[in-house]
Design a protein around this ligand. Structure first.
Ligand code: XIL
Length: 320
């Protein structure tokens, strides 16, 4: 049995993967990506981001998103959709001029409305707002076009628009990295969640991206405490972008350490009260975002370049 079959037996809702558009012509890749026994859930790595979905104002192009969601639907895989609001991968028409607050709120609503409607029957979960907080040392809201023009209200507006235009029952997530330990940043996110719950701003989950590095990853206990931080506030959690990068050159010792990080993360999700699933941020080393983003690092995924399952794969499957 594959990872998703095992994960469901172990009580999770899914084990999934991100899929990027650049590998759609690779039949071996596609056969694994849409093998429902391995992956019961799929997230587009890029296809649903703003610059691709709305490349010109109010001109929507769902081609790249659909390239991921349509085959996933055929394969009866769930879709986590990613994302409505972020500071990266925004189109030039949006970043290249000064908006008034009412104008930008309209832009935000129109984007969420159109994208939510197009994917109305597809997405069981949406990352509504992605990476809105600065790192631990600051832990305040990240300076970006949304905060600068609309103010901190942009986050709750996005969640309200998402609730308004997505199918009832769609899980609405706040998603971020470096919140997998209890620390300034995760506590700042928790404070926001608590405030949203109090004021009835719709939010269902917090996505822990879980982009880890061998040698620096949070332990099982640290991750379990973080899941609890959020579940105590009445929201579910998920590992939404799990990968574990290695400082190259790779070797068997590092791969074993990597496997242990994947295993700890999986075990913490299984043991947490409300961690619903795990998504790897791609499963195949050659398409990982890591080498281009973190020079000198790589091999972060669970299948190697030859499509051989790595120790990390078996560490996860043995545990599930
Ligand atoms: C990454 C993609 O994997 C890359 O292909 C792209 O060039 C940049 O974005 N956090 C996120 C994801 O929420 O959207 C990012 O995806 C990785 C970090």
């Amino acid at each position: 049995p594959g990872l998703d079959v095992l994960a469901r037996k172990a009580g999770l809702e899914y084990f999934g993967t991100a899929i990027d558009n650049v590998v759609l012509d690779n039949p071996t890749y596609i056969a694994i990506a849409h093998n429902r026994s391995e992956f019961g859930q799929v997230t587009p790595s890029n296809g649903q981001k703003w610059e691709l979905i709305e490349p010109q104002q109010n001109k929507f192009n769902f081609t790249l998103g659909d390239q991921i969601t349509v085959p996933a639907t055929k394969a009866r895989q769930l879709k986590r959709c990613h994302n409505f609001v972020w500071h990266n991968q925004l189109p030039g028409w949006l970043t290249g001029r000064n908006w008034t607050k009412p104008e930008l709120v309209k832009v935000l609503e129109n984007h969420i409305k159109n994208e939510a409607r197009h994917y109305y029957n597809d997405c069981f979960a949406w990352d509504v707002v992605n990476e809105a907080f600065e790192d631990d040392a600051v832990a305040s809201l990240r300076k970006n076009i949304w905060l600068d023009t609309i103010g901190k209200e942009y986050i709750e507006l996005a969640f309200k628009f998402a609730r308004k235009y997505t199918k009832p029952g769609t899980k609405l997530y706040y998603n971020d990295y470096a919140i997998e330990r209890v620390g300034n940043k995760s506590l700042a996110v928790a404070a926001m969640v608590k405030d949203f719950r109090k004021r009835h701003i719709p939010i269902d989950g917090v996505g822990l991206q879980a982009h880890y590095t061998v040698g620096r990853a949070p332990t099982y206990d640290e991750q379990l405490a973080t899941h609890k931080l959020f579940s105590d506030l009445g929201v579910e959690t998920a590992l939404t972008e799990l990968d574990v990068r290695i400082q190259l050159p790779d070797n068997a010792t590092l791969q074993a350490q990597q496997a242990a990080v994947y295993a700890n993360s999986t075990r913490a999700c299984l043991d947490a009260d409300d961690c619903v699933g795990i998504t790897v941020w791609d499963f195949w080393d050659p398409v990982s975002w890591v080498p281009s983003t973190f020079p000198g690092f790589g091999n972060a995924d669970i299948w190697d370049a030859d499509f051989t399952k790595k120790p990390a794969y078996f560490a996860v499957s043995n545990l599930l």
